[in-house]
Write a protein that binds this ligand. Structure first.
Ligand code: URA
Length: 426
């Protein structure tokens, strides 16, 4: 079959700052998914988009073409509203774990398709796989059944969902084209719209541990994604949240599951609880349900859904979670107020300890990671442990400690930590 366009013409049009037509966009995404547009051609086009951007109409079409590259799930017949959350990713970001069961316990079904970690940010599936027996892969039928029975599911996206993004994301990862607002926005939104949720809340992270380092670019990404959601009939809002320091007191798979269970039991670190509740309130409001989610953390209803959700996917919610074999304390060199603890550096340390992977096929260590004993704003004393590093392979401590070099500041001045939620975009 002859092709209606030539990839080189499409690349040159964008390279020279032109606007791509709907037909060109439809074709290039489809032809890339079919393998007709070569990887190096798509890499060149992604780089051209990186520099030249996409106009709003081009971005809308690009997202639609990615969405149309695969199947679209439909949960409209469940008998209760659906809502989902997507985070742009950060260090210690375990919020999906308590949030899904919490929102489900308030009567809204939560179909969460999640990913694995690559680089310094952790992946929700890696975290849940530290629970003995838990499995990430569900068929569409199993997902629907669990949503109807339990109300919450967190599983791996099937290969039929936005396959264009699967290919393009892997290509962007190795061609320096990940941190590009139109490409991030179309990647995230094509998958979330394909997932079939009626309402969506975005957690757009901003700070050293996030894709978006500064507030203005986080705001622009949030506005772009909210606009795409609205154009596709998905009620979408976004919170811009702080990722200059890790969320909570743990970064690492089993360590983060333990902290999430503490939140579900009515405890846990304040920033994790605050963000879980803020996102839950957004999801419930978008789904049109009036309830105070804080009640269900206190009364055990969210914990009950968590246990049923884990068990439905083969996991044992009562099982002892793995601990790493070796630990190493990092101590404060002075007394004062912890004024800074850098998210990126803690994330890289956790990754080097074995919590993350360098290549897609690498295994992760369930028990590895970093436990923090103080957060910005806390008083610390010289000699007190600031962090404990956990790993099964002690030869990793040295590289993790290198990553932490200069990661914190202890100040003699009073310091007040900023709130976790910085802004809301609707
Ligand atoms: N997450 C995604 O799914 N896609 C991106 O492009 C960036 C983060």
């Amino acid at each position: 079959m002859s092709e209606p366009f030539d990839a080189v013409d499409v690349i040159k049009a964008k390279r020279d700052g032109g606007r791509l037509s709907e037909a060109q966009i439809d074709w290039v995404i489809d032809a890339y998914t079919r393998g007709v547009v070569a990887e190096e051609q798509m890499a060149a086009l992604a780089m051209a988009v990186f520099w030249r951007g996409l106009e709003p109409a081009e971005l809308a079409r690009w997202t639609l073409a990615m969405l149309n590259s695969g199947e679209r799930l439909d949960f409209s017949g469940l008998g209760r509203p659906t809502a989902d959350k997507h985070s742009t990713g950060g260090v210690g970001d375990k919020i999906t774990l308590p949030l899904g069961p919490l929102v489900a316990s308030c009567g809204v079904a939560v179909p969460q398709l999640s990913g694995r970690g690559l680089g310094h940010t952790g992946g929700t599936l890696d975290k849940l796989e530290s629970i003995p027996g838990w499995r990430a892969a569900l068929t569409n039928q199993e997902m629907r059944r669990q949503l109807a029975d339990v109300g919450a599911v967190i599983c791996q996206a099937g290969s039929g969902l936005a396959p264009a993004d699967r290919k393009l994301y892997a290509l962007r990862d190795v061609t320096g084209t990940v941190d590009c607002i139109p490409l991030i926005a179309s990647s995230i939104m094509s998958k979330k719209i394909a997932e079939g949720t009626a309402a969506l809340v975005l957690d757009v992270k901003c700070g050293s541990g996030a894709f978006m380092r500064d507030f203005d670019s986080a705001h622009e990404l949030a506005r772009t994604m909210v606009g795409i959601g609205a154009a596709h009939g998905v009620a979408t809002t976004a919170l811009i949240t702080d990722m200059s320091t890790p969320l909570g007191l743990t970064a690492g798979n089993a360590l983060e599951v333990r902290e999430s269970v503490e939140v579900l039991a009515g405890g846990g670190p304040k920033d994790v609880v605050d963000l879980t509740l803020a996102l839950a309130r957004e999801m419930l409001a978008s789904a049109g349900v009036e309830a105070d989610p804080a009640d269900n953390l206190a009364n055990g209803k969210a914990m009950d859904v968590w246990r049923r959700m884990i068990a439905a996917q083969g996991g044992d919610p009562a099982a002892e979670l793995p601990w790493a074999k070796h630990t190493h304390d990092v101590v404060a060199e002075a007394s004062g107020t912890l004024a800074r603890l850098d998210a990126l550096q803690v994330g890289v340390a956790a990754w080097r300890l074995g919590a993350g992977r360098a290549r897609k096929e690498d295994p992760v260590q369930a028990g590895a990671g970093v436990v923090m004993h103080a957060k910005p704003g806390d008083q610390v004393s010289a000699g007190q442990p600031l962090m404990t590093l956990h790993t099964d392979t002690p030869d990793r401590f040295e590289r993790a400690l290198e990553a932490l070099d200069g990661a914190w500041t202890i100040s003699q001045e009073p310091f007040e930590a900023s709130p976790v939620v910085l802004d809301r975009v609707a």
